[in-house]
Write a new protein. Structure first.
Length: 394
């Protein structure tokens, strides 16, 4: 199976890993210990975050200030192109997105032509997800005997490999995001954030193949007290999918990812918070090692009703959305406007989620805090009589 870690490696990280490996080989065995799980989880980002690493506020055409923002932090260019190069998806949509991105950096192409490239890449992503091998003139590219075998394999894998299918959704979200940014609008980030949110909250959440994998993760037997898995080992493809889903929703929505999507609060993907908090068995999924490592949520427990019930409060933890810890939270960039010749002032935010907040109550908006799920579960006390359980646990 394709190793997901390749997706998150850039030229800089590869060089750092090689240096660390050389240093570990020449040092004592105790110095070669792996990093703590929390550190490793904090440094990982979803595929979509590599393609949308920042949000820029400025006046003028987005193609101009995005160009200067990327050139100001060229490490983000390496991450963008490195992610597109290593992701195991068909080459055509990746090449169209990379071509539009490179032409935007050159600054010699009108914005309308950039939008056409991003829209063409979006169309190819939709055809890939629908498994439509149709192009102009009726030619079937992926069924041609002269086609690249790797392209044929990746095209068929989108239908059968859940992780690659999720990556295809993320690639489509990135293409749609930049296509909306290149449109003529007074606030281009609003439609761009809306389309990304719609793809994640609707298309990804209702994808039948991904839903089956998510339910398989939920049904896996676990210890009710600790959340540790019991029985047969979970398939690696399911574990990798849930890991990428958690990273994607954290990067997209941040600490507000428990806000309602489709009028329901979701723990991750299609798993509703209301369903995960009904019984101790359903709550054990929140104690799963994978969920605790990559979920970034806080669980507070308090005894209530004379110690016969436990009251739980679940809320998202704070997020650091910077794709590189060396980046500032935000910075002001001044460049030359190629249209007017004057100064172009930009405010670049690296620590903001991809999507804007959509549904929230007035109380949450004024306090700027996310949804908190509050629920109660009866304590399992074995020394109680039948009538105590019957009357006191009702």
């Amino acid at each position: 199976m394709w190793q997901r870690i390749r997706l998150l490696q850039t030229l800089a990280s590869q060089k750092a890993a090689a240096t660390a490996a050389a240093g570990a080989a020449s040092s004592s065995p105790s110095a070669a210990a792996a990093a703590p799980p929390s550190v490793a989880a904090d440094n990982e980002r979803s595929f979509l975050r590599n393609l949308i690493p920042m949000r820029v506020y400025s006046s003028g055409p987005p193609s101009i200030y995005l160009r200067h923002a990327f050139l100001n932090q060229d490490r983000l260019i390496r991450r963008f192109l490195g992610a597109l190069e290593t992701v195991p998806l068909p080459s055509l949509p990746r090449m169209l997105l990379a071509e539009g991105f490179q032409r935007m950096l050159e600054g010699d192409v009108p914005q309308r032509e950039l939008r056409e490239l991003f829209e063409d890449a979006e169309v190819e992503c939709r055809k890939m997800l629908l498994h439509m091998d149709v192009s102009k003139g009726g030619h079937r590219r992926y069924h041609d005997s002269h086609a690249d075998p790797r392209d044929q394999e990746t095209w068929h894998a989108v239908r059968h490999d859940p992780l690659r299918r999720l990556l295809a959704h993320e690639l489509r979200a990135a293409c749609s995001h930049y296509a909306r940014l290149m449109a003529v609008s007074s606030s281009p980030y609003v439609p761009a954030a809306v389309i990304v949110r719609t793809i994640i909250a609707s298309d990804v959440r209702t994808d039948n193949f991904l839903v089956k994998m998510t339910l398989a993760f939920e049904r896996h037997p676990r210890n009710v007290e600790t959340g540790e898995r019991v029985g047969e080992a979970m398939p690696p493809v399911v574990e990798e999918l849930m890991k990428e889903l958690l990273l994607l929703e954290r990067d997209a929505f941040g600490c507000f990812r428990f806000d309602p999507r489709g009028d329901n609060h979701h723990l991750v993907h299609s798993l509703k918070l209301a369903d995960m908090t009904k019984t101790p068995r359903s709550f054990s999924i929140m104690r799963d090692p994978l969920m605790k490592r990559y979920g970034n949520y806080r669980v507070e427990c308090e005894e209530v009703h004379k110690g016969r019930w436990n009251q739980y409060k679940v809320h998202c933890g704070p997020e650091d959305h910077r794709i590189d810890p060396a980046l500032p939270l935000f910075e002001s960039v001044v460049a030359t406007d190629p249209i007017t010749g004057g100064a172009l002032n930009m405010l670049v935010h690296y620590d903001e989620p991809i999507c804007l907040r959509h549904k929230h109550s007035s109380r949450e908006e004024k306090g700027n805090f996310g949804h908190t799920e509050v629920f109660e579960l009866a304590m399992d006390v074995t020394n109680r009589t039948f009538w105590e359980r019957y009357f006191l646990d009702r």
